[in-house]
Design a protein around this ligand. Structure first.
Ligand SMILES: C[S@@+](CC[C@H](N)C(=O)[O-])C[C@H]1O[C@@H](n2cnc3c(N)ncnc32)[C@H](O)[C@@H]1O
Length: 291
């Protein structure tokens, strides 16, 4: 039977070996430094290898025109990118499930979700499947085009998802001024980046004011806020501590059970030997007065 899903086969020596719908990719993984590959012989089966020195893919078999990976609840098109990505971050699976399962009950108008640094659009799709209308923001035009394509693969072409090529910080500030509010905000910021006009994004410097803006953009009674990160500059506890200091003064918690509250941990992938490959942190924050 042909494979349709995602699988981490092996990792070690700074690389990971993965199967996306049966096509095998060998690419760099800083989290796999200092660990030995478990099954070195399996790496010969790679169809595509991303060379770190030349920053190029070497394809040993022809890359199909269209490839799609079946996930838990939706599917994603994949394609090797010039940065060694493939258009999917499978370590986010637990967050997609959370976004699909705990979405506020769709009412008219439906609840609004905001996906900042949205890239592949997988989290936008998860929110859309949960019944939300979505604003998907990314600074890179090609990434936004890819996200639109991914929604189309899931029959969501006509779903209210707004695709915005914009700076996450500027967009959030503009939404605050407009008085718009969101029930769910998702952000997966990189360590370094820049907006469409070149404005620099630096995680350590810019995360905290962006979290502040997002807390002001969230609907006070019911909200979900998801923050993920992949670089050592910001640790899980830094984000948890910051939220714990900022949420009580902004929201009247006496009226609510702060249901779910804060849940945090590490994102990871498991290989065929059940070894864990670290993939950053997540912090899920939920407030729900009624449902
Ligand atoms: C770590 S990726 C996000 C991956 C995403 N969670 C997913 O699953 O596809 C970071 C994204 O942030 C975007 N980006 C970088 N700086 C930005 C900025 N200032 N404003 C908006 N997007 C930015 C990049 O174009 C990139 O697509």
């Amino acid at each position: 039977m042909s494979e349709t899903g995602y699988r981490l086969i092996d990792f070690g020596d700074g690389r990971k070996l993965e199967s996306f719908a049966g096509r095998v990719f060998d690419r760099p993984s800083p989290a796999a430094e200092g660990v030995q590959k478990h099954s070195p012989s399996r790496w010969k089966s790679a169809d595509s290898v991303f060379q770190e020195t030349s920053r190029r893919w070497q394809h040993r078999t022809a890359v199909p025109d269209a490839m799609t990976v079946e996930l838990d609840g939706f599917c994603m098109p994949i394609s090797p990118t010039p940065f060694g990505h493939v258009g999917l971050f499978p370590e986010q699976a637990l967050n997609w499930r959370w976004l699909m399962d705990t979405a506020p009950v769709a009412v008219a108008p439906p609840a609004s979700g905001l996906n900042l640094f949205g890239y592949t659009g997988a989290s936008s799709i998860a929110m859309a499947i949960g019944g939300m209308k979505v604003a998907h923001v990314d600074a890179a035009k090609p990434n936004v085009a890819t996200a639109r394509l991914a929604a189309g693969c899931n029959g969501l072409t006509d779903h209210p998802i707004r695709y915005l090529v914009d700076d996450a910080v500027k967009f959030t500030a503009r939404e605050l001024r407009r008085g718009n509010r969101y029930q769910t905000i998702v952000m997966d910021p990189p360590a370094y980046g820049h907006g469409p006009s070149g404005k620099a994004w630096r995680l350590e410097r810019d995360l905290w004011p962006l979290i502040d803006s997002c807390l002001s953009l969230l609907t006070p009674e019911n909200f979900r806020f998801l923050i993920t990160g992949h670089s050592p500059q910001v640790r899980t506890m830094d984000v948890v501590d910051y939220l714990q200091s900022q949420i009580p003064p902004r929201f009247d918690l006496s009226q609510s059970q702060f249901m779910g509250g804060l849940r945090s941990g590490r994102l990871s992938l498991r290989d065929a030997q059940n070894r864990k490959l670290d993939a950053g942190f997540f912090v899920q924050c939920t407030r729900q007065l009624s449902r």
